[in-house]
Write a protein that binds this ligand. Sequence first.
Ligand SMILES: NC(=O)c1ccc[n+]([C@@H]2O[C@H](COP(=O)([O-])OP(=O)(O)OC[C@H]3O[C@@H](n4cnc5c(N)ncnc54)[C@H](OP(=O)(O)O)[C@@H]3O)[C@@H](O)[C@H]2O)c1
Length: 486
Amino acid sequence: MLQKVVRSTVIDAPIARVWAVLRDFNSHDQWHDVVAESRIEGGERSDQVGCVRSFSLKDGNRIREQLLTLDDRQYKSTYCIVEATVPLLRYAATVTLKPVTDGNRTFWHWESTFATPPGREHELRDMVAQGVYEAGFANLRRHLQRGGDLRAPGQAAMPVAIALPTRRVRLQGYGDAAQLRMEDTEAPPPAPGEVRIRQRAIGLNFIDVYQRRGQIPAMLAPGGTPGMEAAGSVLNCGEGVHGFLPDERVAYLCPQPGAYTGVRNVPAQWLVRLPPAVDDEVAAALLLKGLTADALLHDVAPVRPGARWLVHAAAGALGQVLCQWASRLGAQVIGTVSTEAKARIARAHGCAQVLVTADYRFADAAQALGGADVIVDGLGKQAQQENLAALAPCGHWISLGQASGPLAPLDPDALLAKSATFSRPIVFAYVAEPQALGRRAARLWAALADGSIKTPTIERFTLESAAQAHERLESRERSGALVLIP
Ligand SMILES: NC(=O)c1ccc[n+]([C@@H]2O[C@H](COP(=O)([O-])OP(=O)(O)OC[C@H]3O[C@@H](n4cnc5c(N)ncnc54)[C@H](OP(=O)(O)O)[C@@H]3O)[C@@H](O)[C@H]2O)c1
């Protein structure tokens, strides 16, 4: 006989806030005490109907559940168990929210039907009713209180409508690192579609240097603030933003610079929620480079087992992530670096062979290894001719960046002799759709969790030391990633 459990409660928070949590099928490990850890399978979005969450309970049980329906207008979702180590058979559940008419409160109805092995009806009904539903009500209340949605008596919520004082790095004019200066500023309230973030770590990327030098004037004008990525916590959300709560830990990459600051407004479409295991500095060091690696390995040049990947600056921030992940996916990775010390780092990060060259001469050595099927080139100008010479027949030269200066115009006929391919991708195009961003970020965190990539080595600078951090980034004396701490 089918068992039925029905529970309901009233939560002292507006329906939009409660729904923002519950509509996220993978949020329960952040608020429900019985859940140890949870992930969405296959890199799907956690509000995608059909997605499967795979989670473990603190008592050691494992459960896989599928999201069957999600209705943002009715505030209703249904889901079922597809596999579990607890004997809840044919379990299907419905969550429904309704606004309470007097005040900003929410009525939450949670019900399910399921079968059990004979004799265990009572025990399992109690487990669902008390251990899952009643405990869940209490845990979500506490979660919302911690996020500031529910105000304890006398406690002030973060006002949405006021500007907040902060500090930012201003680019005085194009040129060297001394053009980066600190100044006081204000972060205005988030506009519709934006989230205001208290930043805790800001990732540095070589593109910040190109912008500072004036090599990409369309991206950053003098007077502006550099920086493409950061991690921190949500302060508040502009109109029309769903799915983020105050105090939630998030990270972003964004094609509009402006990250070198303490508080920043970012369009919600570029944000990802951070898993508990990924701290702010790691997220800021890894997100943009990791998603770039993901796009290269899975889309720009999907890895074929045994393919020879020649990766320049293999001990650099992107290089370390890319070489490990490419090698784990079956590529034979050949790295180039400028010193023996960096060669040791590159070998420890997935390179089967390392070519040590400070003067961009590597083609003969690469040809001696059979030629490169794929070249990942962040060097640009100084390596242009060597890259052509290093390619294997039908090879693919991916021009990602220009650390040694911009490429000279490329004659298409230069590719003809080897029937080669040339591409010039940029990561933002590969995460412009929120679904793609969610899928790639989930794959990146999973690669970090399963050891495909190690936690990056990180050098820290204060936000005030942004100029020194840029000098360090350009120096060729370092390896790994740099972050600024506001
Ligand atoms: N298109 C995209 O979406 C995308 C995304 C991420 C990164 N990138 C590109 O990928 C490359 C790596 O970026 P990253 O941020 O991870 O930097 P990085 O690799 O940590 O630093 C750049 C490295 O380039 C090498 N280099 C060679 N010539 C140089 C020169 N003249 N000046 C300075 N460095 C030189 C250095 O390594 P050695 O001393 O070992 O040669 C240096 O460590 C950059 O070109 C960047 O623009 C592109």
